[in-house]
Design a protein. Structure first.
Length: 691
């Protein structure tokens, strides 16, 4: 009996365990079923999308960057494709330098390639693909691909490269592109999501000039490809393509042929030239000299080239037309005369005796060569450039009235050109001096400081852009525009062209008789004044004003002697001009640094610009050499027709015409096929001489 009861208890325990196990199995299957229902029913749509995403990779398609062309359709910035050898440091097992040493046994890798890669590596993240060699030949690609298995993390990619066919010509104006650095990536985080998404896959961005200012227009719209991939991540087939839209084309108002001409006329000298159409604010020339080759920056400039540019005493990276400030010298006198007339401080017929010097508070302010011009009225004072006349005028007007009258012309303020980095220059006033200095004795404006302002010295310091803009405003009778370098933006898909017009600012209330007197006197400068020899025989009538600005101050008891000074201490040569006299279509300002009198170096270049634009003439070789060397007044030799001079002759044979030529620079005075003006560069101006 006992054994039977034990057997029954054992059976009950077994049945209980079987039931518990069965319940456990049922619960597990229930949970599994519930999970399957949850995944396959409740989350079916979500997981199906994830699975599809794992199967399909979305790859951005970077658009072709837009072209930049001159006013005649000549391409100044374009693109080409080439193979690049790239390394992703995070995917390289072991030391990256060792991997590069191995690559050097397969391909030619120069020390400069290593230095450039190191700099890019310092600026980028480890998972980014960085170029170690660019522009590989087909043979080099084949050689690497045969050894590719040896170099994990290294690959050959097809890339688009920017090219500047004109080389150094117009480099400050056009600018360049380069790889997006860490600071730029951080700044891009503040962009709109839509704009930021458009830069997926983009490695480069505009760094300077028009490439930087018009980055959004030039970039284009990024496309994408949907690619089916295997479990290992290999592309199996292309499912869908949304092509990228190329960037827009910028059509400039610059004529690259004239641009090259002016840069050749400067030769090795430093300086700047800006020319503007006074009727609409269109910039016809924008020059800074010396220049640089923007192609150096496209792949990432090597340390040696960067050191050469950055440490040069000539400062080739400085855009002198935009950022170089200079005392205007006697080119300031026509504006002083107009201010005197408009403020009523001096009448045109008022006579001042120019005895060669002006005494104020026991200090003698000297005139040219310490010789006097005798009695002079306003017109004669401009034509013969009387310092004494304008010393006395500055004393009568005072610094604050001069500031009030001349500021609207654009002096001491940004004129609003479509380039980043413009500086304001300096038009002094008593309020400015109080802000500029901390010590009370320096904040005070002394009456003696006013005198030299009348001849464009003292604290006065302007850019050639400001001088050219002010000249354009003067000769247009007070009409003002924001200067523009881009003439139109052309959509490459629709071929629709959108004009880019500078804003028309409120006209200044100049009296026509005042403008006529000043511009007539400026015409007199070319007929009987300081630039008579330069414009002898010109087939048009123009107006101008020479200027000679001190780069360093000299003591009151000393005389200026260029032979005793180093080149960088000698006077600057300046000239402002407009033409034709009857209906001005061009106004310009030019400075040739440390080149002496305005009529000696600056005015002859202005003459060649007008000859090109208004008469369709190209300087003879003899004339080119003489102008570069600063020993030419009126043109020498027999000029040629400008339209007969091939681009190849002036080092621009690589340029291509890809668009229908736009109309030439404005005006009925322009001959058929007459090119537009040039662009010049400038060096850092020394501080203005203190009175």
């Amino acid at each position: 009996m006992t054994e039977l009861r034990d057997l029954e208890r054992e059976l009950d325990r077994f049945n209980t365990r079987v039931l518990a196990a069965a319940l456990f199995v049922l619960v597990c299957f229930g949970l599994l079923g519930a999970r399957l229902v949850f995944l396959q029913v409740v989350r079916h749509e979500e997981l199906a999308l994830q699975a599809e995403a794992n199967r399909i990779a979305v790859v951005p398609v970077v658009p072709n960057r837009g072209l930049i062309v001159d006013r005649n359709g000549v391409v100044l910035a374009t693109n080409y494709s080439a193979y690049t050898l790239e390394i992703t440091p995070s995917r390289v097992p072991g030391d990256v330098d060792a991997a590069i040493d191995g690559l050097a046994q397969v391909l030619d890798i120069q020390p400069r390639d290593r230095r450039r890669f190191k700099r890019l590596q310092d600026e980028s993240k480890s998972f980014e693909s960085l170029p170690i060699r660019t522009k590989l030949s087909d043979e080099e690609v084949a050689r690497f691909m045969a050894q590719r298995y040896r170099f994990p993390g290294v690959d050959v990619r097809a890339r688009l490269f920017r090219s500047y066919p004109a080389g150094e010509v117009g480099s400050h104006l056009i600018g360049y592109i380069g790889r997006i650095n860490a600071a730029e990536k951080k700044a891009m985080e503040d962009w709109d999501d839509e704009v930021l998404a458009n830069y997926r896959g983009t490695d480069v961005i505009g760094k300077l000039g028009l490439e930087q200012r018009y980055e959004r227009e030039l970039h284009g719209t990024t496309g994408f490809e949907e690619v089916e991939t295997s479990a290992g991540g290999r592309a199996v087939r292309r499912l869908k393509v949304h092509p990228a839209t190329p960037g827009n084309t910028l059509v400039l108002s610059i004529d690259i042929k004239l641009q090259a001409l002016v840069e050749q006329l400067f030769g090795e000298r430093r300086g700047a030239l800006v020319a503007i159409d006074p009727r609409n604010g269109e910039v016809l020339a924008f020059v800074s000299k010396p220049t640089f080759d923007p192609n150096l920056f496209v792949d990432g400039i090597d340390a040696e080239s960067w050191r050469g540019l950055n440490e040069s005493i000539d400062k080739p990276l400085l855009n002198r037309a935009l950022r170089g400030t200079y005392p205007p010298g006697s080119t300031y006198k026509p504006f002083m005369a107009l201010a005197a007339l408009d403020s009523g401080r001096r009448s045109p017929g008022a006579i001042i005796n120019d005895g060669g010097s002006f005494n104020f508070g026991g200090h003698e302010f000297r005139s040219h060569g310490d010789h006097g011009l005798g009695p002079v009225d306003m017109r004669r004072a401009i034509v013969l450039s009387s310092n004494v006349y304008f010393y006395s005028l500055a004393n009568e007007m005072g610094v604050d009235l001069m500031h009030e009258q001349l500021s609207p012309l654009g002096f001491g303020r940004k004129v609003g050109i479509d380039l980043d980095g413009e500086v304001s220059g300096l038009l002094p006033s008593t309020a400015w001096k109080k802000r500029a200095y901390k010590r009370p004795e320096l904040q005070r404006w002394y009456a003696g400081e006013t005198i030299s302002l009348g001849i464009g010295q003292g604290y006065n310091s302007f850019t050639m852009l400001q001088l050219a803009s002010a000249t354009a405003t003067l000769v247009s009778g007070g009409q003002r525009f924001e200067p523009r370098l881009v003439r139109e933006i052309r959509n490459v898909v629709t071929q629709e062209a959108t004009p880019v017009a500078g804003a028309a600012l409120g006209a200044l209330p100049f009296k026509p008789e005042h403008v006529a007197l000043v511009t007539g006197a400026m015409h007199g400068v070319t007929q009987e004044g300081t630039s008579t020899r330069v414009f002898a025989g010109a087939p048009y009538r123009s107006g101008g004003k020479t200027g000679t600005a001190q780069a360093v101050g000299i003591r009151a008891n000393e005389k200026y002697n260029a032979a005793k000074l180093s080149e960088y201490q000698r006077d600057h040569s300046l000239y402002i001009a407009f033409a034709p006299l009857e209906a001005p279509s061009i106004a310009l300002a030019i400075v040739v640094e440390n080149a002496g009198f305005g009529a000696a170096a600056a005015a002859p270049i202005a003459r060649r610009v007008f000859d090109y634009l208004l008469a369709g003439q190209w300087p003879s070789e003899e004339d080119m050499i003489a102008t570069r060397e600063g020993r030419s007044a009126a043109p020498v030799g027999t000029p040629r027709r400008a339209d007969e001079v091939p681009l190849s002759e002036i080092g621009l044979g690589a340029l291509a015409l890809v668009a229908a030529p736009a109309p030439g620079p404005a005006g009925a005075t322009d001959p058929p096929n007459a090119p537009a003006p040039p662009r010049r560069t400038a060096a850092a101006a020394p501080p203005p001489r203190q009175p």
